[in-house]
Design a protein around this ligand. Structure first.
Ligand code: NAD
Ligand code: TYD
Length: 354
């Protein structure tokens, strides 16, 4: 058994981004012990980490961040040097259906985690680190021009972004009030492997493959700034190790796309891969009723992270999208598992009335 130099609690490690962060840390830092805490909601899936689960530094703990007793018992069993907090309810459409679930997990869960950490860390707080992973959606919606910087005022407009904004405020409150060493990042939309097919890109890939309608909200003109998920994991690594206490860092792809252009690009890629005639998949596009309060545009200015910590995205979008499509086509079993059961009910509720 190696001697571990640090024990890090990663919450939400069996979800999309969290599983990439766990994988990167396990592979890059074999001398760290990584404790992956996850409640395994519909979005959490241990299959995401099959390739690292046998590593000596990896531990999985099924627990809920809203449950104080469960957290207390984990903090008593492990001496955590740091926390990287990703566990959350993460899908805007679900937040519109059930906002209080987002308040519970994202607001209460984060406050509970901060508070349990504060109590257990009170004697050596200055040696610890609490890293909160957040989203650019807290800044609200941009018009045609401009970018979100770290000093853009918060203006959340969906129950999801309001709950994340609230959790960000709690993190900063623990920094100022209790001198907890915190660091935070706000990232744009991620894409890549293991992405749950309720979000735009994996949902479209799955529907194109199955010849199902492609539901584009409104006119498809909303813009998102897309980042390869492994680049986000690399940013988290750099910020975790080198970011300054009390600071936040914006993470983005410098890669803005209208939704409809992404859907067309995916259709073209998949026509080729599936041996379909060019234009065949695009015939599946359906414009449907817009998302209520649909933010028009997100765009991140990640200059601070680039200048201060030297991070930049590694992959061009077209290349990343093709790799993503290849992953989904090569992992049909994973897709079948996550789209069985509750997914069908969710899909029915979300799209039937549009
Ligand atoms: P995800 O929905 O894929 O995964 C969330 C994980 O959290 C799941 O494994 C789920 O089981 C777990 N979880 C949910 N509630 C929990 C609870 N009460 N206790 C313990 N675990 C719980 O989400 P994701 O897309 O990987 O996002 C991870 C984090 O990154 C979130 O905080 C999200 O706000 C943030 N983020 C996401 C994006 C994006 O594009 N997906 C962009 C920027 C920031
Ligand atoms: P999504 O992946 O849900 O991320 P977010 O809302 O957090 O940015 O959606 C990305 C964009 O795609 C957003 O503008 C909504 C749009 N969208 C559709 O047009 N159709 C869909 O079926 C989904 C899920 C999203």
């Amino acid at each position: 058994m190696p001697d571990f130099t640090k024990t890090i609690l990663i919450t939400g490690g069996a979800g999309f981004i969290g599983s990439h962060v766990v994988r990167l840390f396990i592979r890059k830092y074999p001398h760290y012990r990584i404790v992956n805490l996850d409640a395994l909601t519909y979005a959490g899936n241990l299959e995401n980490l099959k390739d690292v689960e046998q590593e000596p530094g990896y531990h999985f703990e099924k627990a809920d961040i809203t449950n104080e007793e469960e957290l207390n018992s984990l903090f008593a069993r492990y001496t955590f040097d740091a926390i990287i907090h990703l566990a959350a309810e993460s899908h805007v459409d679900r937040s519109i259906m059930d906002p209080l679930a987002f308040v519970k997990t994202n607001v209460l869960g984060t406050a509970n985690l901060l508070n349990v950490a504060r109590k257990h860390w009170k004697n050596d707080m200055n040696k610890k680190r609490f890293y909160h992973v957040s989203t650019d959606e807290v800044y609200g919606s941009l018009g045609e021009e401009g970018f979100f910087t770290e000093s853009t005022p918060y203006d959340p407009r969906s129950p999801y972004s309001a709950s994340k904004a609230s959790s960000d405020h709690f993190v900063m409150a623990y920094y100022h009030t209790y001198h907890m060493p915190v660091v935070m990042s706000n990232c744009s939309n991620n894409y890549g492997s293991h992405h749950f097919p309720e979000k735009l890109i994996p949902l479209m890939i799955n529907n194109i493959k199955n010849g199902r309608p492609l539901p584009v909200y409104g006119k498809g003109e909303n813009v998102r700034d897309w980042l390869w998920v492994e680049d986000h994991a690399r940013a988290i690594d750099v910020i975790f190790h080198e970011g300054k206490n009390g600071e936040k860092y914006n993470v983005g792809g410098f890669n803005e796309w209208k939704n409809i252009d992404i859907v067309h690009l995916l259709c073209d890629i998949m026509d080729k891969k599936l041996g379909r005639e060019k234009g065949e998949s695009a015939r599946l596009i359906h414009y449907v009723t817009d998302r209520p309060g649909h933010d028009l545009r997100y765009a991140i200015d990640a200059t601070k992270l680039n200048k201060e910590l030297g991070w930049k995205p590694s992959l061009q979008f077209e290349e990343g999208l093709e790799k993503t499509v290849d992953w989904y086509l090569g992992n049909q079993e994973w897709v079948n598992h996550v789209t069985s059961g509750d997914y069908q009910h969710y899909y029915q509720d979300q799209y039937a009335i549009r």
